[in-house]
Design a protein around this ligand. Structure first.
Ligand SMILES: Nc1ncnc2c1ncn2[C@@H]1O[C@H](COP(=O)(O)OP(=O)(O)OP(=O)(O)O)[C@@H](O)[C@H]1O
Ligand SMILES: CC(C)(CO)[C@@H](O)C(=O)NCCC(=O)O
Ligand SMILES: [K+]
Length: 262
């Protein structure tokens, strides 16, 4: 079975796959200090609670935080006796090409979203991921990652207001009743919520104009549904885009017989 780990700047998601069937998923806050032993105990406890017995033989990692990879490698080595594939490393092949400026280290999460989006929807896609940052990944006709857009994340924007302005409280995002806020919290929610609706709409329109081909817009990440409720911003929402992509990339490397034997 495959253990796929998607480590973002905020959260780390573990998922287990038996071939291409999904077995389970668990989420923890990202912390580079967490040791292999801690991951193992945590994961095993949760699996046991759900009555899942997984014989993990393979592991794949996508990490936007380089430091966490060390302890995840130890986890693979010590507990699963395997050498993990790490997305973005030269020995991890991708089923799509990457056409960006030389020397650019594209976030592995964006590469995984590209592979996954292309597998599910074909080419000419915009994948919008509402994570710590809000990213737009542009996928060409042939599935290549050809660049995109990085904007501050929704929660990050609200947090930045709170951090920088003495009188602004910590606020959670939600859809405001009206645009004109009549209290501080409503004003802040309006700025970020409607600002984001505008940001997503404008950026997608400009990407489409620049590409000059019809493109589908796919959203992923925890906050995507909140925006989808309001305006017709996306053609589809995918809950597990990254997990699915990791499983595909692992399979691609297996099928091409290039994965290191341990
Ligand atoms: N219904 C909701 N209302 C408010 N916040 C939500 C809701 N659903 C998810 N979130 C929050 O949205 C944020 C985005 O979630 P997501 O899991 O996609 O990204 P993340 O894990 O924060 O980012 P990264 O992948 O960069 O670590 C998270 O902080 C999550 O707690
Ligand atoms: C933009 C984030 C933080 C989104 O998770 C991540 O993809 C990243 O660290 N990217 C590196 C820079 C780039 O993708 O061009
Ligand atoms: K993510």
């Amino acid at each position: 079975m495959l253990l796929a780990v998607d480590c973002g700047n905020t959260n780390t998601v573990f998922s287990i796959w038996d071939g291409d069937s999904f077995v389970g998923t668990w989420r923890t806050a990202s912390d580079w200090r967490r040791t292999a032993d801690q991951y193992f105990v945590w994961l095993n406890t949760l699996m046991r609670l759900e009555g899942i017995e997984a014989d993990i033989t393979d592991m794949i990692i996508s990490s936007t935080v380089p430091r966490v990879v060390f302890n995840l490698r130890v986890l693979a080595d010590r507990y699963y006796n395997t050498r993990p594939l790490v997305v973005g490393k030269p020995d991890c092949l991708l089923p799509v090409s990457v056409r960006v400026d030389q020397g650019t280290n594209v976030g592995p999460d964006r590469l995984v979203n590209t592979v996954s989006g292309f597998d599910k929807y074909g080419g000419n896609l915009i994948v919008v991921d509402f994570g710590t940052a809000t990213t737009f990944d542009v996928v060409a006709e042939d599935g290549a990652y050809i660049g995109g857009v990085i904007a501050p994340g929704v929660n990050l924007s609200l947090e930045a207001l709170h951090q920088a302005a003495a009188a602004l409280p910590h606020v959670d995002i939600s859809k405001p009743q009206s645009v004109i806020g009549t209290n501080t919290v409503a004003c802040m929610q309006s700025g970020v919520f409607w600002g984001y609706v505008g940001l997503v709409r404008e950026i997608c329109a400009r990407i489409k104009a620049e590409r000059d081909v019809p493109m589908k817009v796919i959203s992923t990440g925890g906050l995507a549904p909140l925006f989808q409720q309001t305006a017709d911003l996306f053609d589809a929402f995918e809950d597990d885009l990254t997990m699915h992509g990791l499983q595909i990339i692992h399979k691609y490397n297996k099928d091409n017989g290039l994965e290191d034997e341990h």
